[in-house]
Design a protein around this ligand. Structure first.
Ligand SMILES: [Zn+2]
Length: 403
């Protein structure tokens, strides 16, 4: 079979893909952390779409409600498997009044499918299934095709992709495509993410009447000095630029600041603020946290106030994925052919499923056509994007599995 046969099949399945997506979106799929009952019912429905695979298995993780993870395989490759990873769960709908139509009553209009989870990540679930179905592999293919359709992406991923990694479902030869971020024209492939660090910084001083500040120790004053100095020195110490990323530098942002005192005439004894830090992967986040503690120690010594530095969250990012590897080139070729754009490799500040693979040292590429309405009221995906993404994945499979 030729690549054109696959593209023809995907065109013929256009209505069927839309119908499948609508049926899937009618079934809520919220994890327990989002006050839902899990993704079980939606997974059962999605499994009925997995026709023509050599094996379809479930690896449900234990939780308050079962957290389903589906693995569907086609062909046993001599050089590993090309995986597409998509997720079943959605975020909560938010304010219902902001939705023009109910979030779990999907509808089709104007070439778009509206509904909660239509683009995040329903488009990818459907496009990857029909892409895999459209490709027939020879008896002993170069690479096999694998779909991992997981739970728990919108919360921790521990019951989802991490569960499958822990079970040893993947190997060093494998290539991973994660359709969970992109631009409308499909021109960006995300190959790297920054480390994410959230810090809590608390200054402990001494409370007194504001008319006699010398008798106390103004935690706010110490905190303000400390913050200004810290921001300046972080910028100098970790000032490298990497043009692949937007923005191109690490970012160090003070965000939340707790109230000090409720009245104006008291010297505050406590000042607590938080920072959101996105660090380029070339730096070691533990070393950076050590640097913050060192600056805090200096201000502690000079002011006499105690300064506590706590890590609220630390997500280490894996090494950027290889843009010279065969997986990247095959995906880029398919994008050129289907979308008529020149794809560009980029890094972003946020976190996706791809990072779990990168932390294992594997190449993972985040790509889809995205209208950018994810986590918004009246979320939708376009029918053209479902079809074009399916074609892009099918051509990628042809290049990596059959050739
Ligand atoms: Zn998503």
């Amino acid at each position: 079979m030729s690549a054109d046969d696959s593209l023809g099949r995907i065109d013929a399945w256009r209505e069927e893909m839309v119908d499948a997506l609508v049926r899937m979106l009618r079934i809520p799929a919220l994890g327990p952390m989002n006050a839902g009952t899990g993704e079980g019912a939606r997974a059962d429905m999605v499994q009925t779409l997995l026709q023509g695979f050599d094996s379809v298995q479930r690896f449900d993780a234990d939780d308050e409600h079962p957290r389903p993870n589906i693995i569907a395989r086609k062909g046993e490759g001599r050089e590993g498997t090309v995986w597409i990873v998509s997720h079943l769960d959605t975020v909560p709908p938010g304010e219902l009044a902001s939705w023009d139509t109910p979030p779990w009553e999907p509808h089709v209009s104007d070439g778009k499918v509206f509904g909660l989870g239509a683009e995040d990540n329903g488009q990818a679930v459907i496009a990857s299934i029909y892409a895999a179905r459209s490709v027939e592999l020879p008896h002993s293919p170069r690479r096999g095709i694998g779909l991992a359709i997981v739970s728990d992406e919108e919360t921790l991923s521990i019951k989802g992709i991490q569960h499958l990694i822990d079970l040893g479902q993947f190997s060093d030869d494998d290539i991973f495509l994660v359709p969970d971020w992109g631009l409308p024209d499909g021109s960006l492939i995300e190959v790297a993410e920054k480390h994410l660090v959230w810090l809590s910084l608390t200054v402990h001083g001494k409370q007194v009447h504001a008319s006699k500040p010398g008798d106390g120790l103004n935690a706010y004053r110490v905190g303000a000095r400390f913050l200004v100095d810290l921001l300046e020195r972080l910028g100098l110490q970790y000032g490298d630029e990497d043009a692949m990323f937007t923005p191109s530098t690490s970012t160090f942002e003070p965000t939340r600041r707790d109230a000090t005192v409720d009245n104006i005439n008291t010297i505050p004894s406590r000042d607590r603020f938080f920072m959101d830090i996105r660090l380029l992967p070339r730096y070691d986040p533990e070393e950076m946290i050590g640097f913050v503690k060192m600056v805090a120690d200096e201000h502690q010594a000079s002011s006499g106030a105690r300064i506590d530095v706590e890590v609220v969250q630390l997500t280490v990012s894996g090494e950027p994925s290889d843009v010279d590897a065969e997986g990247f080139k095959a995906l880029a070729d398919a994008i050129r052919e289907v979308h008529g754009v020149e794809p560009k490799a980029v890094g972003i500040g946020g976190g996706t499923c791809a990072n779990f693979f990168r932390l294992q040292g594997w190449n993972a590429y985040v790509w889809q056509s995205s209208e950018g309405k994810v986590h918004c009221p009246n979320e939708y995906c376009t029918i053209d994007n479902i079809s074009d993404d399916a074609k892009t994945f099918a051509l990628t499979f042809h290049r990596l599995c059959r050739d």
